[in-house]
Unconditional design. Structure first.
Length: 277
């Protein structure tokens, strides 16, 4: 575990542990993040989430009827995760504080890591850990920020993040994230309200704005706060992800996918070598 990863985990814990109970995500959002995986891939499976935060994803995944769902996170966000899961109505789960880059298990049927690898000091080590903890013939799935489509975020938000991540969480959330995200909130809502003219598609973050504009201001602020509070964010290009998938000897050739989501992030995954159970 690197000191930077612990700082990042602590920063996110300050975010997750100061949210209202429950999930910040909608059912449709979770289904979109997981595709091409869906409920049929989870039902009856042993599943691991690597970097579970406050269990906002886990409370949805439990409704897909896994045999067992385990979550790990490096930060103290496991406190709010356990509280959220305790009120979920399910008992087939565990959450514990672990470093995902060094975590090893006997192997799970499905392993996923959503919105985590791009914050690690060594993102590839995180990816390799995802694959390492997937049983032979199992499925793995990840989501990360893309370098493609994020020029505005990289040029404007990232420099601010280097300053904001050193401030008290409450000052970052209410003093920076709240006023800074308001113009983008209006921009996204306006794009959503306008006709789908082809010329508009050239505007920054067009696809992403169409998606997030379905949500309320509090969610916009949550996303902005998550962008500003973390000490480290890496934006990964398609070529890097394809290289990871190709070079990891446990990944089954021909099973992989790299799919753009909302014009500014990547979903990628596949299957490990070996016969499915």
């Amino acid at each position: 575990m690197s000191r930077a990863d612990q700082q990042t985990a602590d920063a996110f814990a300050s975010s997750w542990n100061n949210l209202p109970p429950g999930s910040v995500y909608t059912t449709a959002q979770v289904a979109d993040w997981f595709a091409p995986l869906g409920p049929d891939d989870i039902r009856g499976a042993r599943v691991l989430e690597m970097g579970c935060g406050n269990a906002s994803l886990m409370v949805h995944v439990l409704r897909w009827s896994p045999a067992q769902l385990d979550g790990i996170d490096l930060g103290a966000a496991v406190d709010s995760a356990q509280k959220n899961l305790a009120t979920s109505g399910f008992s087939n789960w565990t959450v514990r504080q672990e470093d995902l880059t060094t975590f090893s298990s006997a192997g799970y049927d499905v392993v996923y890591s959503i919105g985590v690898l791009h914050h690690l000091t060594m993102p590839k080590a995180g990816f390799d850990a995802v694959v390492r903890n997937t049983r032979p013939g199992g499925r793995f799935h990840c989501w990360v920020y893309a370098r493609e489509g994020n020029a505005l975020v990289i040029g404007v938000v990232d420099p601010l993040r280097r300053i904001a991540s050193r401030l008290p969480w409450w000052l970052t959330k209410y003093g920076l994230a709240t006023p800074l995200v308001f113009p983008y909130f209006l921009y996204a809502k306006a794009l959503r309200a306008l006709p789908r003219w082809r010329a508009l598609r050239a505007l920054p973050l067009y696809d992403y704005s169409q998606w997030i504009a379905q949500r309320e201001f509090a969610f916009f602020r949550h996303v902005a706060f998550d962008q500003l509070v973390t000490p480290r964010t890496v934006y990964l290009d398609r070529g890097t992800l394809e290289k990871w998938l190709c070079e990891n000897g446990r990944v089954a050739p021909g099973s992989t996918y790299v799919t753009m989501r909302n014009g500014n992030s990547w979903k990628f995954g596949g299957q490990t070598r070996g016969e499915p159970a």
